[in-house]
Write a protein that binds this ligand. Structure first.
Ligand code: SAH
Length: 392
């Protein structure tokens, strides 16, 4: 596989009219090839002491890669606006089309904005805590083309909701489901706890690495499907499964890694905190007839401690924690379980470095470090690391 891919220069000061205010794409005015070099150097500086950092895998077409798009809604003198918060403020930068977001998702968000007036739907105002529509989130499946639209509202009542759904799906017949999410709190969190299905099944289906998945509004799912397949393939390579192993997928989301591994292992167990994601994961195991895959809804650290106390064992542990990284309860129990391999997937290289420090001091050796550019134009970088138990 070609690693550092050549791309033209899709960045462009002229290409993004919002770059001065938006701040979402920290590297947008750097040519893509240079962005990759920069990330490579950053990863080497941060992780180089643990082993050789392989060349970062970039995208061939680093545009419109985000299959999950979020827009915040508000009001300006001229009418409703949607876009993203200006960096370090709560002023909305009005965005119609973004270089890294899926184009269809952006079109749908614009259509929602345009329909608001005729349906007399007011946008939410943070200052007064009045109004209704707070955010719109759109998720697009690359493989099936199915689209989910989530309308985040201050209260559960959407005026003429069925006619609104009819009007939106008439403009975009490719929408598979529309869900109202109720977020009554004054909070920086986008989604509230309650979902009400307005149209369709309430979830969409996608597939990755030949495995089918359903995903619900509250479940985490990687935003860049092209790079996710590459990332998972690298993770599987590092796991070197032979069909005999007991595997743990910690922080498993809807079971993506667990179910890709299930076909190559004796047994897989996924652990995840989010109830809805675990429900999806169990359903996904059924869909893929993975009778050797099991899912537990619990804090990964607590669950690992209990597993270690019961004296259970595992051969391979995949771990893919949120940006804040793992915790000592989890790491110390992993070391007690003593799997022969750990595959650590991280979207937070700083916390990854912290956790590698612990693992390498407690019986593990880094075999491979592979950065994957999941977020072109931004400063973020995903990394997958293969670790081996010393003496194995
Ligand atoms: N491996 C999945 C999800 C990774 S994102 C994928 O590739 O799609 C990290 C996941 O960890 C999220 O689903 C989040 O809900 C979950 N999570 C966060 N804190 C957790 C904890 N303490 N214990 C278990 N899961 C947790």
């Amino acid at each position: 596989m070609k690693t550092v891919r050549k791309a033209g220069n899709p960045t462009a000061k002229k290409g993004c009219p919002y770059m001065k205010k938006c701040g979402g794409c920290q590297y947008i005015d750097i040519p893509y090839e240079k962005q990759l070099q920069q990330k490579q150097a950053e990863m080497k500086k941060l992780l180089g002491k643990y082993g050789k950092v392989e060349p970062i895998i970039g995208m061939e077409e680093p545009k419109h890669y985000r299959h999950k798009v979020h827009a915040v809604f508000g009001y300006e003198k001229g009418g409703p606006v949607s876009g993203i918060y200006e960096e370090k403020s709560h002023r909305i930068v009005k965005i119609d089309r973004c270089m890294i977001e899926h184009e269809k998702a952006d079109e749908i968000i614009l259509s929602v904005r345009n329909l608001l007036k005729s349906f007399k739907i007011r946008t939410y105002d943070e200052k007064t805590d009045m109004g209704l529509l707070k955010h719109v989130v759109v998720r697009v499946s690359k493989m099936t083309g199915q689209i989910m639209v989530i309308l985040v509202l201050r209260s559960p009542i959407l005026p003429s909701k069925n006619n609104f759904a009819k009007a939106l799906t008439k403009l975009h017949p490719e929408i598979s489901t529309i869900v109202i999410n109720v977020n009554e709190k004054r909070t920086t969190m986008v989604l509230g706890k309650r979902d009400i299905v307005l149209y369709g099944k309430g979830y969409i289906e996608d597939s990755l690495c030949g495995v089918q998945f359903r995903l619900s509004p509250q479940s985490f799912y990687q935003v860049n499907p092209v790079q996710t397949e590459i990332l998972y393939a690298k993770a599987m390579e590092m796991a070197r499964l032979t069909g005999k192993e007991t595997v743990i997928d910690a922080y498993c989301g809807i079971g993506t890694i667990a179910l890709v591994a299930a076909g190559k292992a004796a047994k897989v167990v996924g652990v995840e905190l989010n109830k809805e994601a675990v429900r999806d994961a169990k359903e996904n195991a059924k869909r893929n007839r993975a009778s050797n895959a099991f899912f537990v809804c619990q804090d990964a650290g607590k669950w690992m401690v209990e597993m270690a106390q019961r004296g259970e064992s595992a051969d391979v542990v995949f771990m893919d924690p949120p940006r804040s990284g793992s915790d000592e309860a989890f790491l110390s129990s992993v070391c007690k379980l003593a799997p022969s391999r750990i595959v650590y997937i991280s979207c937070g290289p700083d916390t990854l470095a912290r956790d590698l420090e612990y693992l390498t001091k407690n019986g593990y050796r880094v075999e491979k470090i592979q950065p994957v550019d999941m977020f072109p134009m931004t400063a973020h970088c995903e990394v997958v690391v293969g670790l081996k138990k010393t003496g194995c």
